[in-house]
Design a protein around this ligand. Structure first.
Ligand code: UDX
Ligand code: UDX
Length: 447
């Protein structure tokens, strides 16, 4: 029998977050019976009504279809799940947040393993979908041995490569499927789930646990380093009066360099790059491996997020009488996610310096407000539109390149903004056009 010929009907996903919910809803659309386990009761309540509590394009219709066809169901715990269903493959997609020392916190992953092993009623394959440090699968296997289950438990790494904002498309058309494991019984079952995607030509890499884990972490380190490197170039471009946008184009035309992840800006954010680079550094240190390359990527990114601060202080020395408008607070467009967004450190720094700060974002403003409450940050006003935000602001800083902001330069800016200077954190405006409208302009690495 070919490996992909296993008939698997039922699967489960633990953690209905950005990654888990996308994976669950996409698998449901392939016709699998998907059970989602989620600890957050409010999230389940909303999902059962067909409402996705996060903003991810294309996800809500998939969820609604799955609810309609009854191919997705939600459970509060693994115990509840196994009392009613018997999935053969269980994906673990719970959060793996960063510890204060930069290492990755695996508490939720291990808890999920304990819960499944304690509740399962037949053989199960556990799939590590969340990004985990190298060595995690072996630790999970050791935990399973300790728990001594009555049934067979396979462990497979299947790292996610989903970009927020295009996660559904990334799931449906993966550039590769990576499976890590030593037990072919388990690997073949996970492979069977990806049958249709593999059939459509997505390449499959079957390897050992450690290589799969390192492959995922290195992909994010590699992409993060490109961003730190182009940001490094942008600083020299600024100093010499060169234009980093044109340098980017020159680089892009070199097939050895490639065309993607070459945009200079205010540094990378999100739930993956910053955390995974720090985890990589931590893993190097644990093994006595020189981590200076990865460390430089991380350090440079931290300072890049505050790239405009020196100029703001010089150009607007009277902080108390200067109102700064943040156009966008999400870490990138098409998401409501603010994790590690440059907007957060900018807000903290500007408030510390005494500036009046205000912000607008089409999707992420609620998360930003919650973050401010959790940090006890006072005196930042949030606005319901770009129009109301810009009226009365002295300075505008574009942090997130939402389409609606990009359109502002086509005349809208003049009508809305009566301030003096526009800082373009994503180099989306044409400097001469903005200056032609009578504003001062500063981008990242543009003369
Ligand atoms: C996760 C991982 O943290 C990250 O390493 C990986 O690369 C991407 O997947 P994400 O899906 O963005 O990130 O996290 P989040 O949106 O926070 O979702 C995690 C979900 O798991 C939440 O809904 C949370 O409530 C749930 N959860 C967490 C559980 O159901 N059980 C737990 O024990 C812990
Ligand atoms: C990333 C990875 O791309 C994905 O494969 C992984 O599984 C999860 O982490 P995500 O964090 O959702 O995805 O977004 P991505 O589009 O990769 O952007 C990450 C950050 O890099 C954003 O802050 C973005 O603004 C920044 N970026 C990206 C740049 O500054 N310049 C670029 O050229 C590209």
């Amino acid at each position: 029998m070919a490996n992909t010929d296993y008939i698997i009907d039922e699967i489960a996903v633990i953690g209905a977050g950005y990654v888990g919910l996308v994976s669950g809803a996409c698998f449901a659309s392939f016709g699998f019976q998907v059970s989602m386990v989620e600890v957050n009761a409010a999230k389940i309540e909303s999902l059962q009504k067909g409402q996705v509590p996060i903003y991810e394009p294309g996800l809500e219709p998939l969820l609604q279809d799955a609810l309609h066809l009854k191919t997705i169901a939600f459970f509060h715990s693994s115990k509840d799940l196994f009392a009613q269903r018997s999935p053969e493959v269980v994906f673990i997609a719970v959060g793996t947040p960063e510890n204060p020392d930069g290492s990755c916190n695996l508490d939720y992953v291990f808890q999920a393993v304990r819960d499944v092993v304690g509740a399962m009623k037949k053989d199960v394959v556990l799939v590590l979908k969340s990004t985990v440090p190298v060595g995690t699968a072996q630790r999970v296997k050791a935990l399973i041995r300790e728990l001594n289950p009555s049934f067979r438990v396979g462990v497979v790494n299947n790292p996610e490569f989903l970009k927020e904002g295009s996660a559904v498309a990334d799931f449906m058309r993966p550039e590769r499927v990576v499976l890590g494991g030593s037990d072919m019984w388990a690997v073949d079952r996970v492979k069977a789930l990806y049958h249709s995607l593999l059939h459509n030509g997505s390449p499959l890499f079957v390897t050992d646990h450690e290589t799969a884990e390192l492959g995922k972490l290195s992909a994010n380190l590699m992409l993060a380093s490109r961003i730190s490197l182009i940001n490094q170039v942008s600083r020299l471009a600024q100093a010499y009066g060169a234009d980093v946008r044109q340098v980017e184009s020159i680089l892009r035309s070199d097939s050895r360099i490639g065309s993607k992840y070459l945009y200079a800006g205010l540094g990378y954010g999100g739930s993956c790059f910053p955390k995974d680079v720090k985890d990589f550094i931590h893993l190097c240190k644990e093994k006595g491996v020189d981590a200076s390359m990865a460390q430089a990527v991380d350090d440079f990114n931290d300072s890049q997020k505050l790239f405009f601060i020196d100029d703001i202080r010089k150009s607007f020395p009277n902080a108390k009488s200067t109102t700064i408008a943040l156009l966008g607070v999400a870490f990138k467009p098409e998401t409501d996610d603010i994790r590690e967004s440059p907007a957060l450190v900018l807000t903290e720094e500007l408030r510390k310096l005494g500036y009046n700060v205000r912000a607008y974002d089409p999707k992420a403003i609620q998360n930003y407000q919650q973050w401010m409450t959790s940090k006890n940050i006072q005196g930042v006003e949030c606005f319901p539109s770009a129009k109301t935000l810009l009226e009365g602001a002295d300075v505008a800083v574009l942090v997130t390149e939402w389409q609606e902001f990009q359109r502002l330069a086509l005349g809208g800016l003049v009508r809305l903004f009566k301030g003096k200077k526009l800082y373009d954190g994503k180099n989306v405006f044409t400097p001469s056009q903005v200056r032609g409208m009578g504003f001062e302009y500063m981008g990242v690495g543009r003369s």
